[in-house]
Structures are given as C-alpha cells and as structure tokens.
Write a protein that binds this ligand. Structure first.
Ligand code: FAD
Length: 417
C-alpha cells in the first residue's frame, strides 16, 4: 500500500480499517544469499539498498530484539553534513543528499526537518576552527555561514551571551542540517526492504558465525542455523561481541550515551543548537519536548541506561547556556550503547573471512549516516569493492596507522571523540 493524501482521507472516512502492517513477520528460511546481522538503522538501510539495486538476491535481516529498539530509536535525531576531514566530508555530504530524497524514495514520512544547526564558539581560536570547517563544508558543496555574536542573537535571543566562562562569540550555521523522527526512519527502511522481498526476522539473535576454510557459510541463531553466501555485521554497540564470533578483535569500545526530554512546551527553539565547550546539544521535538544530550558516560559498558553524574553534567551545561531551561520539567532519560572507534570515524570494510563484512564505529553520530551507510555497505557486499565515498573507512587503518581520521583532533583514544 502506498501512502498518499488520498489514502489518508479515504481511511479517515472509513474508520482506518484498511491499514496493513508495515512489514511481514516471516519465519527464517534455511538459506539466504545475504544475511544482515542487526535490524538497526544501518542494517535496515543496507537491506533496503541491496534489495532496491540487486533484485535477484534472497536477503534477510536478523534482529535479536525488535526493530527500532537499539540506538536508531534512542538518539537525539540530529542530521548534518558538517565534517572537516577528507573521507568523512564526502561521505556525510552524500548522506545528507540521500536524506533530502529519503521520504520520496521510501514513500514514508520520516519528519525530516531541515531547521538549521548552530555550532556555537566561545573564543578566537574556536572561531578560526569554525571558519576552517565552514570552508571545508562549502568546498564539499554543502552550506555553512559564519555568524558573529549579533548574528546568533538574532536567531537565538534566549542564550546567556555574557557567561563569564563561555561568552558566545558566534556560531557556524548549517542551514540544511536539522532533525528527523528516528523511529520513522527505522520503520520506513523496514517497510521499504520488506516491500522488496527482504525477510525481517525479529527476536532472532545471532549466536555464532559459521566459517569453513576462511569462507563464511552462515550463522547460528536463537531460531536455528541459517546458511548464507554473504554475511554483514551491523550491530553498533555489540560489534565487538558479534565480531568475536568470527574470531576477530575489533578496535571498538562500547560506552553509554544518554539523552533527555522535557515535558511538551510551546514552540521555543526553532533550530538545533550545539554547545561543544559544555558538551551539550538541544532541539525541540514536534511534540514540544526539549530533546537534549551531552557527553558519553566515559566508561565501557553494555548497559542501555546511564548514570547520574553524566546527567548532572549535562543539566549543568544546559543551565550555563540557556538558563530558561531551568523552568522546564524533565520528563525522562534513556541510554544507548555507542560503538566508539579509536579515531571517532567509522569502518565499512571486508574482513579476513571471505564473504563476511563489517560496518561499525559510528560513535555518537551514526544516525545521520543511516542512508549513506546502507548505500555504501550494500555496494561493498554486492560488488566486493568499496563505494567511492566510503573507501577511507578501512579497518586496517588502526593496525597500520595510515588513514586515521581524527575529526576532533583529540588523538586516537575511544572516549575522547
Ligand atoms: C542518546 C543517543 C543520542 C544520539 N544522538 C545522535 C544524533 O543526534 N545524531 C546522530 O547522527 N547520531 C546520534 N546517535 C548515534 C546513532 O544513534 C547511532 O550511531 C546509530 O543509530 C547506530 O547504528 P544503528 O542504528 O544500526 O544501531 P542500532 O539501532 O543499535 O542497531 C544495532 C542492532 O543490532 C542488534 N543486535 C546486536 N547484537 C545482535 C545479535 N547478536 N544478533 C542480532 N541482532 C543483534 C541490536 O539489537 C540492534 O537493534 C545517538 C545515539 C544515542 C544512544
């Protein structure tokens, strides 16, 4: 069924009885051409792009929980293409272009809203860094405007401009950046993949990877063994555990990132605002809640919940930047498991096992990557060669030291990015 204004009107007038489930719930077959482990944003997008472009393949997504239960449904929904380094900048630029046509491609309302992002800066040195980043963004073909203090004040009058420690000097303004409804992105890709014949199998945990003479043969799951010619691992915070099933030790540390939402308020915040010096970023959801987050919890963990010291740190930063937030009531908070790579950039690559592929290392910025990651991972799996915009996301850069992409310039350490 296609969604359209006519369909919504018709269903509204006839008791909404005609809507169908967005995807089937099939039992797994004994064999597929391609298995994708992980039904998060990246896994579903990969399956969608594989099925859309390589139509003759039998494809399954195996998800140990439910669709949208992982980071794809837990993030703060920020979508942007404001990267600095070659390798990252063309990839995220490609991703933003795919975002801009995603709703049409999927025939699904992902509530993608290009409301603009302002990255604040608070010193002359930071202004220089913002100007250099802005130039890189423009050179890449994306948009960036360097705003001075008064330019920011016109857009965000409610900030504390004269904070003694972090006075606002200006901002890098990225107008095409914004937000999207995270669950809808997962559901849209799941529906699109299902419509193209992909079997999406929920509550199916992969417990082992079958390898014979260096060639992948299939997987062991909580629903029994399934054979496959090719297998893609796309499990975000569980990357180390799943890769270990293939005898791999990947350079990923898993760390919790928390997010917070207030009660619903009248429109007060039109854009996305980031306050890097305080580790704080915020936007307002379409329901009215102020959605915000900060730094990771700093210790390795597989728990999908955070701890109070980080909560205190984030709220402290919020109050520093926009004291008005003190009047809002915090409704709830939650956490997701980040797959932190040493240089803060991702991996989309083959492994030492023939037919086994790895997609991981999205740190806390993988939501905006969902369309391009799926496109590029599908390309790699189908053609056995990297997509041109993802060819720098090689796993061996951590072994050889060549091609490290330390976007933040903080050194090769997982929890500093
Ligand atoms: C609080 C928070 C805020 C964030 N904010 C942003 C943001 O504003 N912008 C941005 O770009 N990014 C953001 N991110 C990061 C982004 O959400 C992630 O990088 C991205 O979603 C990770 O990829 P994914 O969607 O595929 O992960 P997931 O949704 O976690 O998918 C991985 C899936 O693999 C499944 N799985 C694991 N092990 C197995 C197994 N053995 N067998 C089968 N399935 C398995 C899991 O159940 C899970 O569903 C944020 C993340 C969090 C937690």
């Amino acid at each position: 069924m296609r969604f359209s204004a006519w369909q919504v009107l018709k269903e509204g007038l006839t008791g909404n009885k005609g809507w169908k489930p967005h995807w089937r719930s099939p039992e797994p077959q004994s064999e597929y051409d391609i298995i994708i482990i992980g039904g998060g944003g990246h896994g579903l997008s990969t399956a969608y792009h594989l099925a859309a472009k390589y139509t003759d393949k039998r494809i399954a997504v195996l998800e140990k929980g439910y669709i949208g239960g992982g980071n794809v449904g837990r993030n703060t929904t920020i979508v942007r293409a404001n990267y600095f380094l070659k390798g990252n900048s063309e990839f995220y630029s490609h991703s933003l272009k795919l975002w801009e046509r995603m709703e049409k491609d999927l025939n699904y309302n992902a509530m993608h809203s290009q409301r603009g992002i302002l990255n604040l800066f608070h010193s002359d040195g930071q202004r220089d860094a913002a100007a250099r980043r802005g130039n890189m963004m423009v050179n890449q073909g994306d948009d960036a405007i360097l705003l001075d203090r008064e330019g920011v004040r016109d857009i965000l009058p409610y900030l504390d401009y004269d904070n003694i420690r972090f006075p606002v000097y200006g901002a890098l303004y990225h107008k095409r950046g914004g937000t999207a409804r995270h669950d809808a992105v997962a559901w849209g890709y799941a529906r699109g993949a299902d419509q193209r014949g992909v079997d999406i199998i929920q509550n199916c945990e992969v417990t082992g990877i079958d390898i014979e003479n260096g060639v992948v043969k299939g997987v062991q799951t909580s629903k029994g063994p399934i054979k496959a010619k090719k297998v893609g691992m796309v499990v975000a915070g569980r990357s180390s555990q799943v890769a270990a099933m293939a005898g791999m030790q990947v350079p990923i540390e898993s760390t919790v990132l928390q997010a917070f939402v207030t009660e619903g308020l009248k429109p007060v915040l039109d854009n996305v605002v980031t306050f890097g010096m305080g580790h704080f970023y915020i936007s307002q959801s379409d329901k009215g809640g102020l959605v915000f987050g900060g730094d990771i919890d700093m210790y390795a963990s597989y728990a999908q919940r955070g701890n109070l010291p980080t909560t205190e740190h984030v709220i402290d930063a919020a109050m520093t930047l926009m004291p008005m937030i003190g009047k809002a009531k915090l409704l709830r908070s939650w956490g997701g498991i980040m797959d932190m790579s040493p240089d803060g950039s991702p991996v989309i690559d083959k492994t030492h096992v023939e037919g086994l592929y790895l997609n991981c290392g999205w740190n806390y910025g993988g939501f905006k990557a969902v369309p391009a990651s799926g496109d590029c991972f599908a390309h790699l799996i189908a053609k056995d060669e990297p997509h041109p915009v993802a060819e720098k996301f090689r796993l061996d850069r951590f072994r050889t030291g060549h091609g490290i992409m330390d976007e933040e310039g903080t050194g090769s350490q997982h929890n500093t990015h």
